[in-house]
Write a protein that binds this ligand. Structure first.
Ligand code: NAD
Ligand code: DAU
Length: 357
């Protein structure tokens, strides 16, 4: 079968990647979507059960740091577009093991850039019709004061955690490949995502899971930090739009204009879980446990995404109340998914799923 485009999505078995893969596979049956993922603790093929058999979907297990395997994928599938999401993504882990973040986020991204450059340079049309789209985070901009305005695309980089330092570095390499070699690149920097399939080490799924198990809810510091929350499918729609309509060489911020102080968000989560589990009101509030603050904890993130709205017409489609209800309901309805992950059982999922192929 001849496909109109051959798109490589890295990190497609993770949280955001799985939503992007599903959207692209379903919306573009005339595109071939190749999902390259190493399946670290955070990668889970169960997130993609519903598209696994689609004729335009292919999965390759590989490490983005392995140049030969990545080059083989470019040659085999004649890749003409990359949507790069693969990363180590959890701030707390980056504080414990910063080298893993430098390895995948910096060296892995550099490896992918170099492979794309070499492959596309070997073709007669070179970079024409090609795109390397890098998915990044608002954390590269550092932290805002409570009354410190919003991050715009002009905000200078000022990362604090090893995670954000590694993502900032990868962003710089992407721009360097554009400015030095003319590689067609785009970067988007997005705020905190929430929704189904997020690994339960991140605030929202961790707290939903702990409430259902009656376990303590560890609030860092006084719970005063602020994050700007966006429903993951709205992020996936933005990625689709930018991939097709974004200006090469440019950067776009993505966010929901939806700031929440952690403790206020936590109270909404508790209320929603208690209501859905038919617990009496306030039942789980006693689980709130204030713990030592995260080292270097950024006070506030808030994204100004008006450029994306004005230039490409993107807006979040879901109100937060609706999104949080949908999300909490999904985790409560998918307790098996949570139990598999929290028991560590799904590390063997790939072997079980592919052993007969
Ligand atoms: P995730 O941790 O849920 O998933 C990451 C995926 O990358 C996993 O499937 C994992 O197996 C894969 N991976 C990790 N190392 C790899 C390697 N060396 N080679 C190949 N695959 C590898 O992450 P997420 O939350 O879905 O984030 C995806 C991307 O979006 C990341 O680049 C992250 O920095 C960025 N981002 C995330 C958020 C958020 O709120 N989660 C917000 C803005 C930007
Ligand atoms: O802003 C985008 C970033 O959002 C992404 O780039 C990251 O990949 C993603 O993990 C997320 O980073 P955060 O550190 O903001 O997300 P996390 O869910 O870890 O924490 C959200 C807030 O909740 C943060 O202020 C820390 C706090 N927190 C978190 C956990 C896990 C707690 O108070 N207790 C917890 O147990």
């Amino acid at each position: 079968m001849n496909f109109e485009r051959n798109i490589l999505i890295t990190g497609g078995a993770g949280f955001i990647g799985s939503h992007v893969v599903r959207l692209m596979v379903r919306k573009y049956p005339h595109y071939r979507i190749v999902n390259l993922d190493k399946l670290t603790y955070a990668g889970n093929l169960a997130n993609l059960k519903d598209v696994d058999g689609a004729p335009n979907y292919h999965f390759v297990r590989a490490d983005i740091c392995d140049a030969e395997s990545v080059a083989e994928v470019f040659r085999t599938y004649d890749i003409d577009g990359v949507i790069h999401l693969a990363a180590e993504s959890h701030v707390d882990r980056s504080i414990e093991e910063p080298f893993a973040f430098a390895q995948t986020n910096v060296l892995g991204t550099l490896t992918l850039l170099q492979v794309a450059k070499l492959y596309w340079e070997s073709l007669p049309e070179r970079f024409e019709g090609k795109l390397f789209y890098h998915i990044s985070t608002d954390e590269v901009y550092g932290a805002l004061e409570m009354d410190g305005g919003l991050f715009t695309e002009q905000t200078p980089y000022g990362p604090h955690s090893p995670y954000s330092a590694s993502k900032a570095s990868s962003d710089h390499f992407v721009r360097a490949y554009h400015d030095t070699y003319g590689l067609p690149t785009i970067i988007t920097n997005c705020s905190n995502n929430y929704g189904p399939n997020q690994f339960p080490e991140k605030l929202i799924p961790l707290f939903v899971n702990n409430i259902r198990m009656g376990k303590p809810l560890p609030v860092y510091g006084r719970g005063e930090n602020v994050r700007d929350w966006l429903y993951v499918e709205d992020h996936a729609r933005a990625i689709d739009l930018v991939f097709h309509k974004g200006r090469v060489g440019d950067t776009y911020n993505i966010g929901g204009f939806n700031e929440w102080k952690n403790i206020d968000l936590i109270k909404v989560i508790i209320k929603t879980v208690d209501r859905l589990l038919e617990n009496p009101e306030g039942h789980s509030e006693g689980l709130i446990t204030y713990v030592t603050d995260r080292a270097g904890h950024d006070l506030r993130y808030a994204i100004d995404s008006s450029k994306l709205k004005e230039e490409l017409g993107w807006e979040p489609s879901l109100q937060f109340e609706e999104g949080i209800e949908k999300t909490v309901r999904w985790y409560l309805d998918n307790q098996e998914w949570l139990d598999e992950i929290t028991s560590g059982a799904y590390a063997g999922y790939y072997e079980r799923m592919y052993s007969n192929r």
